[in-house]
Design a protein around this ligand. Structure first.
Ligand SMILES: [Fe+2]
Length: 351
């Protein structure tokens, strides 16, 4: 179904969709980008309300869940040394980081590490063939993919891809892991395409930045069930969004925690900056990564790849968008390609 002047919309659904979109963007301001994304969001929401109205029902938690009784931590470090434990890195990731950090490493070393993990090798090969990297011709083997991408691109891509294995689901989780994965992947694809069009160089590091940007959110929501429910409920209250609710409950938000975790894990500087600054890109002065991931995070949610927590997307930093230097029209033109790439990458990771 196409939505345009020639089609008559159902007035009740039209009003409900318009109201939903107004709420989504209530903290977003009124730039050209926001106006165009609102139009896109309206088409999507209207169709979804017709096809699956139940998906818009608010989530209800059992009244028997006790409120969180923990004390506010002094900061991300205190949070992780208290009752919550920093997740440990898989061996392949440690090895990848050692190879990436060692100036004597060769592309052969990297290929060997990637080749030891069949799932990782397959994902790298398929991503290299997916259109994300604009490589010509079909690449037949993981080693050829690494060779064509080059040491840095392949290393960052492998690091981001391997990191996805950290996001495991516990039963009855407050965070919907499928939505979380899709949001992370969509943010990575949007960030990479923005970086490509803006000529920022190394677009693959923006893809990895998008994959990892919400790792702090995953850790917070997997840490304590009552705490996660309380943050969820507060994030759905009037005037709040997710990171404001986290800040009120914990004294920091998932971006602060994510940056801290990636720093502890000794991740590349730009990936730390992307996670740490993605809800406040002005904190990062040196690299454009936080700006790009901030904007890509907003756009991914506007396109429907939401986390399913707060009904509000949050704000978009106008200066960050303007500094990136592409226009809203350029972005809207890219959307069909972005959507196709997101579908391709979902498919690769689902397998
Ligand atoms: Fe976030």
């Amino acid at each position: 179904m196409k939505i345009g002047k020639q089609y008559k919309l159902r007035p009740d659904i039209k009003e409900a969709a318009a109201q939903h979109v107004r709420s989504l963007f209530i903290q977003a301001g009124n730039s050209d980008l926001v106006r165009l994304l609102k139009k896109e969001a309206f088409k999507r929401v209207y169709k979804q309300m017709l096809a699956d109205p139940d998906s818009f029902m608010p989530r209800i938690f059992s009244a028997e869940i006790e409120p969180w009784s923990g004390t506010k931590p002094k900061g991300p470090g205190d949070f992780l040394t208290g009752s919550f434990v920093l997740p440990s890195l898989p061996q392949v990731q440690i090895q990848l980081q050692e190879i990436i950090d060692d100036p004597k490493s060769t592309i052969g070393d990297l290929t060997e590490i990637i080749g030891r993990e069949p799932k990782l090798a397959a994902a790298v090969l398929r991503l290299a063939n997916s259109g994300l990297y604009k490589l010509e011709g079909k690449i037949e083997t993981p080693s050829k993919a690494v060779e064509l991408l080059g040491f840095e691109k392949a290393g960052t891509l492998a690091l981001g891809t391997a990191s996805l294995s950290l996001f495991k689901r516990s039963d009855d989780a407050v965070l919907d892991l499928v939505k979380f994965w899709k949001h992370s992947i969509a943010c990575g694809v949007v960030a990479q395409e923005i970086a490509f069009i803006a000529g920022l160089g190394d677009p693959e590091r923006f893809f990895a930045g998008g994959l990892m940007h919400d790792i702090g959110l995953h850790v917070i929501f997997e840490s304590d069930y009552s705490m996660a429910v309380d943050i969820f409920k507060l994030a759905c209250s009037d005037g709040y969004n997710l990171y404001k609710a986290e800040h009120e409950m914990l004294g920091f938000n998932h971006a602060d925690l994510g940056g801290y975790i990636l720093m502890k894990w000794k991740f590349p500087r730009q990936l730390i900056a992307a996670a740490w600054g993605h809800h406040n890109p002005r904190k990062v002065k040196t690299d454009p990564d936080a700006m790009v991931i901030h904007v890509a995070d907003f756009i991914a949610q506007a396109l429907g790849y939401e986390l399913g927590i707060s009904p509000v997307i949050g704000y978009i930093d106008r200066t960050a968008w303007e500094k990136i230097g592409i226009t809203a029209e350029q972005l809207i033109e890219m959307l069909p390609e972005i959507r196709r790439l997101i579908d391709d990458v979902f498919y690769i990771f689902e397998e």
